[in-house]
Design a protein around this ligand. Structure first.
Ligand code: FEO
Length: 170
């Protein structure tokens, strides 16, 4: 594979693991606010991000390339409100979308069609990731800071289930 593409795919593994760390930090914040449903939702999100990183890890392995893991940055540890968390989540997902788009464009430039097809899964996933954060932000606008509304949403988010993830097929 093209060396620059391998390097950027390796960087993307680190970015996905950072995403997991970020969402785990958000889960910790919600736990500290006794919003266990929100915390649960974020813990599922953190697990999903690990599967994203591992999907690239497995792909590079399958292509016979070298995995180079890098340092994961420290995530923010304090947040000002429930809304603040989801605004930061959405902003973060937008940076990930940009990063995936750059990867896809690079794979096209170096004519690695197999990699472009592999990356299409991530392009679709990013639509979902941004939608998730946007949907919750939309609901929070109705709820504002009403405790009853926040608690209802907390109950709703406690139902999130980690999808069964098949590294090879999805
Ligand atoms: Fe791995 Fe939230 O994108």
């Amino acid at each position: 594979m093209d060396k620059a593409l391998v390097k950027e795919l390796n960087n993307q593994i680190t970015k996905e693991f950072y995403s997991s760390y970020l969402y785990l930090s958000m889960a910790a914040y919600f736990n500290s606010e006794t919003l266990d449903g929100f915390a649960h939702w974020m813990r599922i999100q953190a697990q999903e991000e690990l599967t994203h990183g591992m999907k690239i890890f497995d792909y590079l392995t399958e292509r016979g390339e070298t995995i180079t893991l890098s340092q994961i940055d420290k995530p923010p540890v304090s947040f000002s409100s429930v809304e603040d968390v989801f605004k930061k989540s959405l902003a973060h997902e937008k940076t990930v979308t940009e990063s995936i788009n750059n990867l896809y464009n690079l794979s096209n430039r170096v004519n690695d069609n197999a990699c472009s097809i592999f990356l299409q899964w991530f392009i679709n996933e990013q639509v979902e990731e941004e939608k998730n954060a946007n949907d919750i932000l939309g609901k929070l606008k109705y709820v504002k800071s009403e405790p009853a509304g926040i608690l209802l949403l907390d109950k709703d988010l406690s139902q999130r289930i980690l999808p069964v993830f098949d590294q090879k097929k999805q």
